[in-house]
Design a protein around this ligand. Structure first.
Ligand code: F6P
Length: 322
């Protein structure tokens, strides 16, 4: 088993609230475990471009409650090339980095999986993404915060939708996953939700709206996951088919920012410690996770497969309770 004296930590892909808490836990728990830590800036690009700095206990002071990531983050096309990976490995040797902790989503895990195997660098992933789309992992850091942020906006929209008797089509993030959409539709008491994992027929939905309207149900909130299309287009079509005033709202990047919830912070702190512990136990090519309350690991190769969510039961409950 390789001796680990110095680890590198980076955040990659879209930021997620709670990444800072995870960085704090990795740095402080590693120092407690007598390991040095360097921070790699701007994700994989920082490893290629040698943007690497020593971190100490105080480097991570005052960040536990901040959204975003103090290490900065980016999506890095260059790291997909052999040349980019070669330069990254040269910097790993230059800084005597024995292992990597990669905080990010499925794209970051794919990169860690390929790079770790190719260059024999132990890599442990900490799942952080608002999308909660990592296979085998109950909940990612930041997902709870993003859902609560979106829900708060939807509660506000509900006030005006009810008062002005309008239909709203609200687009939420989630890449190709409908997870955020399902969660906020259920928790927000929304009338309809459109997600990529489930076929829908806009004509049937418009039929329901018109029938509801005849019975006196005037306001509707329809949540759409970004993976099914644009709020503008769907609102326009509903307006054309029903003749009822329909407004689009795109929540967008608001969902990615803000103070992490207690749940996102606790998850981040727990997984930060777990990542260091697993590296010290000689584990590699794994993501840490809190599944059903237990800290566990998932192979990175499996974590990057498509995650299935329990769409039917969720959708059924939303419809019954509407
Ligand atoms: O993966 C997180 C996420 O916010 C997705 O929900 C969204 O599709 C994507 O990132 C947006 O990325 P960018 O900020 O690079 O446009």
């Amino acid at each position: 088993m390789a001796v680990i004296k110095r680890i590198g930590v980076l955040t990659a892909g879209g930021d997620a609230p709670g990444m800072n808490a995870a960085i704090r836990a990795v740095v402080r728990y590693a120092i407690y475990s007598k390991i040095e830590v360097v921070g790699i800036l701007r994700g994989w690009g920082g490893l290629i471009n040698d943007e690497i700095k020593q971190l100490d206990h105080r480097s991570v002071s005052g960040i536990i409650n901040q959204g975003g990531t103090v290490l900065k983050t980016a999506r890095c096309a260059e790291f997909k090339t052999d040349e980019g990976q070669k330069r990254a490995f040269e910097n790993i040797k230059k800084h005597a980095i024995d292992a990597l902790v990669v905080i990010g989503g499925d794209g970051s895990f794919r990169a860690a999986h390929e790079f770790g195997i190719k260059y024999q660098i132990p890599c442990i992933g900490i799942p952080a993404s608002i999308d909660n789309d990592i296979n085998g992992i109950d909940t990612t850091i930041g997902s709870d915060t993003a859902i609560n942020t979106a829900l708060s906006a939807i509660d506000n929209i509900r006030d005006t939708a009810t008062s002005m008797e309008r239909i709203f089509v609200v687009e939420v993030m989630g890449k190709s996953s409908g997870y955020i959409a399902l969660q906020v539709a259920l928790a927000g008491g929304c009338e309809e939700v459109l997600i990529p994992e489930r076929d829908f027929n806009l004509e049937d939905i418009c039929h329901d709206i018109v029938n509801g309207n005849l019975r006196g149900k005037i306001s509707w909130i329809i949540i759409i996951a970004e993976g099914v299309g644009k709020a503008d287009d769907i609102a326009r079509k509903i307006n054309e088919m029903t003749g009822l005033e329909t407004r689009p709202v795109v929540l967008g990047h608001i969902q990615r920012g803000g103070r992490p919830t207690a749940f996102s912070r606790r998850l981040a702190l727990t997984l930060g410690q777990a990542a260091v512990d697993y590296l010290l136990k000689g584990e590699s090519d794994k993501a840490v996770s809190l599944n059903c309350g237990d800290i566990t690991t998932v192979d990175l190769g499996s974590a990057i497969q498509r995650k299935k969510i329990d769409v039917d039961n969720f959708y059924r409950l939303i419809r019954i309770l509407t």
